[in-house]
Design a protein around this ligand. Structure first.
Ligand code: C5P
Length: 407
């Protein structure tokens, strides 16, 4: 398992914690970054150590924590060496003011001043402190100077008031960090992704659906966003949180999904159809719950659902189209047939029995260029592989959907 944000794997991140109550949320941030495979080094101001003990960060990061109390010679330089990203979270009004003015009078402000890596501030403070013209001036100055300022969010603050000043959630900080350190081969591209199952009502309480969790489609949407794309996720019912930065529309039935996709596609460059769209729906869903009667089975008349991917291909000739083929046998043969049958650029063939209910997947990327076996991967790693494949295809101008090119 590579973790939640595979692009953070192997990255060196320095986290500077300054003195605010949101310091407790920085613990969760360290956990997420470490789980994603990043190496995290924490430094803290004296004030921050009053909120959370350095030992907590040491345990979570697995590395010694540098605090101002134990500052050694050149510690600020050691903390910036080989660093891919410096995150200041929470960032108080005080540290924003110092950084905006180039002040380096303690450990954390010196680390910021000495950082060659990108620096991201995650402000957290009382609403009044945030709205002060001095703070706003400092934040504008930091943005002008090329620093990242992430947040704050609005909501209820620890001081009891409602308003702007909440530190953004750790998962959002990790997502932003991941996008920042990722290459952006899809910059400027607009991507529409479908995910999850559809639900076709039989009556108000019963329906036809399937066991798709949505994990693979959500991972593709996240990977496309991290690759720099503008992403719309059109999703059937799932229990998953929409990835940060991804626009989403929730639908229930195949017909609703079709309408949402067709409405979104005129703006899109790439369509990735990951959803497990139900093949059939009830011809006439009952308005009221169908009553159970002893020995009498209700006759269910089915009609075929629209093939969303096929319609997308037919209506939008310039669109790059990728689909999935979840099969229980002859994965490659069936995926090849689907590539020609649906005239798409890419079919990701996988074994339905193995992917359903698992975090892992094992796929074949079947395209006019040939067949690539991915081997066993996490769904997130497979999503990255698919996005890299599409970006590479587009960079080669690989837009041919001619059946005779199929290998
Ligand atoms: O034909 P099959 O369902 O195996 O095709 C799989 C591909 O077609 C997937 O990418 C799926 O999202 C898409 N599809 C669709 N509309 C349907 C059925 C499948 O877009 N009604």
């Amino acid at each position: 398992m590579t973790g939640l944000f595979p692009h953070l794997s192997g990255k060196s991140i320095t986290l500077a914690v300054t003195g605010g109550i949101a310091a407790y949320k920085a613990c969760e941030l360290v956990r997420l970054l470490v789980k994603s495979g990043a190496s995290v080094r924490v430094c803290m101001t004296q004030a921050a150590t009053r909120f959370v003990g350095p030992l907590t960060f040491e345990a979570l990061s697995g590395r010694s924590v540098v605090t101002e109390a134990f500052e050694g010679a050149m510690q600020h330089l050691a903390l910036t060496r080989n660093c891919d990203l410096l995150i200041v979270a929470p960032a108080t009004a005080n540290i924003l003011a110092k950084a905006a003015n180039g002040i380096a009078d303690d450990l954390v402000s010196s680390v910021i001043a000495a950082s060659a890596a990108p620096v991201a501030f995650c402000p957290a403070m009382n609403t009044l402190m945030w709205s002060r013209s001095a703070t706003q001036r400092n934040v504008r100055q930091l943005a002008t100077d090329g620093f990242e300022v992430w947040g704050p969010a609005s909501g209820s603050l620890a001081c009891g008031v409602e308003g702007a000043g909440r530190m953004i959630e750790p998962v959002e900080i990790a997502a932003r960090a991941s996008r920042l350190v990722s290459p952006h081969p899809l910059a400027g591209r607009r991507v529409v992704v479908t995910a999850g199952p559809t639900y076709e009502a039989i009556d108000p309480v019963r329906g036809i659906t399937n066991r798709s969790s949505g994990l693979q489609g959500y991972a593709v949407a996240q990977a496309a966003f991290e690759a720099g794309a503008n992403v719309t996720l059109i999703t059937g019912p799932t229990a998953l949180a929409v990835p940060f930065g991804v626009e989403s529309q929730h639908v229930l039935s195949a017909v609703e999904m079709r309408d949402a996709v067709i409405a979104a596609l005129p703006e899109a460059d790439i369509f990735i159809s990951v959803a497990a769209v139900a093949d059939w729906r009830s011809a006439e869903p009952a308005a009221n719950k169908i009553k159970k009667r002893d020995g009498v089975l209700p006759a269910l008349q089915l009609v075929e659902n629209p093939d969303i991917l096929a319609e997308a291909v037919a209506r939008f000739p310039g669109l790059y189209c990728a689909g999935f083929a979840a099969e229980t046998e002859n994965v490659v043969k069936n995926a090849k047939a689907k590539l020609t049958g649906k005239a798409v650029h890419l079919i990701v063939g996988n074994d339905a029995a193995r992917t359903i209910g698992s975090d892992m997947n094992e796929a074949y990327l079947v395209s006019p260029r040939g067949v690539e076996a991915t081997g066993a991967l996490t769904k997130q790693a497979l999503a990255d592989r698919i996005i890299a494949f599409i970006a590479n295809d587009l960079s080669k101008g690989g837009l041919s959907r001619e059946p005779q090119h199929i290998g």
